[in-house]
Design a protein. Sequence first.
Length: 104
Amino acid sequence: MSGVMLQSCGSCGRVWQFRRGGCPQCGSTAVREVTASGGGTVWSVTQVMRAPLPELDLPGGYAIALVTLDEGPRVMCRAETGLVIGQRVTVGLGADGLPLARTS
Ligand SMILES: [Zn+2]
């Protein structure tokens, strides 16, 4: 389990990331929390070299990826450097409690 929380519709089965009271597809309120498996595929990735905040100003920058989780939702997360589009990754929570994509 990744620690990345998703929501699932008990009526139509749709799975999404951002917390809401009803299904975005069918409107059902039969919503439950599910933990993402963590498996996913890199949809997009970029290397940030100019940090927006001083605490993010790391030597060599940092990577951000859009990852399509195996459950369907696409999440934005910090990432290991060197990832490429189409690569299989595991998304879990990093030391800062935010999603992090890595190869192992
Ligand atoms: Zn639904």
